[in-house]
Design a protein. Sequence first.
Length: 211
Amino acid sequence: MKDLYIVGAGGCGREVLQIVKDIHRIQGPRWNIVGFLDDTEAPLAGKECDYGVVGRIVDYTPGENDVLAMAIADPGAKRTLSRLLLERGAVFENIIHPGADLKEFSSMGVGNVIYGGFSMSNNVQIGNFTTLLSSLIGHDVQIGDYTTISALCNITGYVKIGEGVFIGGSCAVVPHAVIEDNAYVGMGSVVLRRVKAGKKVFGNPARVVNI
């Protein structure tokens, strides 16, 4: 059984820990949970949690029996830290809640986290280090590396989502729309056509804002 370290001890980290515990409860033990890796000061202060921070990300050296779970939702931080750790030889697991509904003929990279209540249709392509909460993903959708899709989103068929995208909760994206690299889609927005790279959009229909 591999030793599992969770990268990030913030709110997302505690949620990922719960997903791992649900996997063990429903499917049987898969990993030996060691604890969190985190570089911030006292991330668990005032929080009830049955695992603690066992080391810093910047100091971590992978052991032969180690695997990691990426538990940071910010796309930029995921990109930076995953590359740092991969260069050191780290191995990342896909953490998929047993309650997620994944259809056939789809593909997925490594380091992804999928929450319970997530559902996707056929022929979906998911990259590496994505964080996918309880949303609906239609057929033939492409999701790039480091992207985070928050809860209660409806991503319809043939949508293309680039690398490093953040989509806030309760967003809707119409068929064939494109969200380019490093874009930010604010909570409750409706994307009708295209969000250009690096832009922040809000509203229905989603429009560029400068904040």
